[in-house]
Design a protein around this ligand. Sequence first.
Ligand SMILES: Nc1ncnc2c1ncn2[C@@H]1O[C@H](COP(=O)(O)OP(=O)(O)OP(=O)(O)O)[C@@H](O)[C@H]1O
Ligand SMILES: [Mg+2]
Length: 256
Amino acid sequence: MTLTFPKLATTSEQPLVVCRGVTKQFGEGEAAVMALRGIDLDVYDGQMTLLVGESGCGKTTLISVIAGLLDATNGELSVLGRDLRKLRGAALVHFRGGHIGFVFQQYNLLPALTAAENAAVPLIIAGVKRHEAVARASKVLEMVGLSDKLKSLPSQLSGGQQQRVAIARALVHEPKLLVCDEPTAALDAASGKMVMEMLKRVAVQQGRAVIVVTQDKRVFDFGDRIVHMSDGRIERVETAEERKKARQTEGIVATA
Ligand SMILES: Nc1ncnc2c1ncn2[C@@H]1O[C@H](COP(=O)(O)OP(=O)(O)OP(=O)(O)O)[C@@H](O)[C@H]1O
Ligand SMILES: [Mg+2]
């Protein structure tokens, strides 16, 4: 069977990410682990998609495959209208560098660089002059509410502030797809909420999508869609409306 992928995903009807039958096997023979067992998933622009499920169910593997950090073993994968499985080597690195941003649980900031310099790193790597890169990064730091911390070192920032610098760094080249792996896991409830609010405000726009892996139930309500995974498969996809209704029903049952 051949699938035709959209050439360019520019309207909200065309998903920014299309996975069809995506599998991922680690290792061979007796040591083989089937981390993804046939994933069908659409990720829409202008939305925040949450990926949830128990430890080891394949969440990190799935976003790594979608972001082009890992090769899928089988299946079809279109990201921003490109057949990702056909991109190799330098072309893949270039595509990732241009269109995809990453945020991880650990912020991985460089300790000797200021917040503005840290957020500027992807631009400097891409060849933008240092002065201009830091100026552009400073604007993004303002968007994430850190205009008064531009010159602070990571050690002078709280966990939530460091994570916001990491998000600014991921957004500085204006990627169409932002992928976050448990961005609130190391944060207290208030900082986690602030980070999610900021992500929603800054990163979720027309023509852009955010995928957030999380096990943090406190932030589930931020998702436009919640994709529940189990053992390498998608169990169900819940929309924000469905979640709201289910919670109302739970509320009625609880108060009855
Ligand atoms: N590089 C690897 N080599 C072998 N097995 C791996 C590798 N990476 C992941 N796995 C296995 O693949 C499965 C899925 O792992 P993955 O990291 O995607 O889970 P996860 O849902 O992100 O879990 P967690 O919530 O703990 O981060 C697990 O069984 C894991 O042990
Ligand atoms: Mg993980």
